[in-house]
Design a protein around this ligand. Structure first.
Ligand code: ZN
Length: 295
């Protein structure tokens, strides 16, 4: 099954760095990885906040790449909550609608080290909801030596936002999000990749309670959460089949990811149904982001 990748990073610049000694994959390198992984489309997410290490990208760069490689890429715009004079009442809809009209289909990933309920972050969520743009969030666990919107153990602040902005589609992502699949997660393990059996945790509770919460299953964190206890993973896919999306979070050239082959195997072994396999791999992304595919 061809997949749609809801989370990818690339650059138009040959030497754009994500950290010292480590460059971002070029679009051609991403396309090579996509051929190996049987992915036909990906969503380019700009890294616009300074917390994420080395280079800061622009929305315009993503638009440029998605136009140049329109057979492969869609793009997200990204708005740091501090944009607009660092004002919690700034009309961010103006910027969001500008990029939406230029073709952006979502917002993120938001990596700013601000609390979920910081008035600046709330303002961004309010405007994303108003503009009907889904937002991908990277959750962090501490203000320093970390990046991502800050929440506490078991994600009480994410819950507050899900409740306050029911129209807003939030795509959860990052280790601090995914470790909460298991109720036994602690302050010591929440930013890591805990392994072993899963007992229903905050994600399961929030997914049941808030239909506006979605899962970006990219990166090692998404893969680990879904596969660490396979029987639980199959049930999770079954129960939330309409809100899980495949992704890679590839940043570097030739970066290896494992979720695609795991999903293919799960379907071949009849551990997940064809319908749910399709939804996870591409159907949900097509529906949620109104993509003109498979029609
Ligand atoms: Zn990412």
């Amino acid at each position: 099954m061809k997949k749609i990748d809801v989370h990818i990073h690339s650059s138009m610049w040959e030497n754009a760095r994500i950290q010292p000694g480590c460059i971002l994959a070029s679009p051609e390198e991403i396309k090579e990885s996509y051929r190996e992984l049987d992915i036909d489309k990906g969503f380019l997410l700009p890294l616009i906040s300074p917390e994420y290490r080395f280079c800061v990208q622009t929305n315009e760069e993503m638009e440029y790449l998605a136009t140049k490689y329109s057979d492969t890429f869609y793009w997200f715009c990204n708005i740091d909550p501090r944009m607009g004079f660092n004002r919690p009442d700034y009309d961010l809809s103006e910027m969001l609608m500008y990029y939406k009209q230029k073709g952006a289909i979502g917002v993120g990933e938001v990596t700013a080290s601000l609390e979920f309920d910081d008035p600046l972050v709330e303002n961004l969520f309010y405007h994303c909801a108003e503009c009907d743009l889904p937002v991908t969030i990277h959750i962090g666990h501490q203000k320093y030596d970390c990046y991502g919107i800050l929440d506490d153990l078991h994600l009480p602040k994410l819950e507050k936002m899900l409740k306050k902005y029911p129209k807003l589609k939030i795509l959860g992502h990052s280790a601090c999000f995914w470790s909460e699949i298991d109720g036994n997660v602690t302050n010591e393990t929440r930013y890591a990749y805990p392994t072993g059996k899963v007992e229903e945790g905050a994600i399961v509770r929030l997914m049941r309670k808030y239909p506006n919460l979605y899962c970006d299953c990219s990166a090692g964190s998404g893969f680990n959460a879904i596969t660490r206890d396979e029987d639980f993973g199959y049930k999770f896919i079954e129960e939330f089949s309409d809100r899980l999306m495949y992704g890679t979070d590839i940043c570097q050239p030739h970066q290896k990811t494992y979720l695609a082959s795991w999903l293919d195997n799960a379907f071949e072994k009849s551990c997940i149904s064809y319908e749910n396999y399709y939804k996870f791999c591409r159907g949900n992304a097509i529906r949620i982001f109104n993509l003109n595919l498979d029609k």
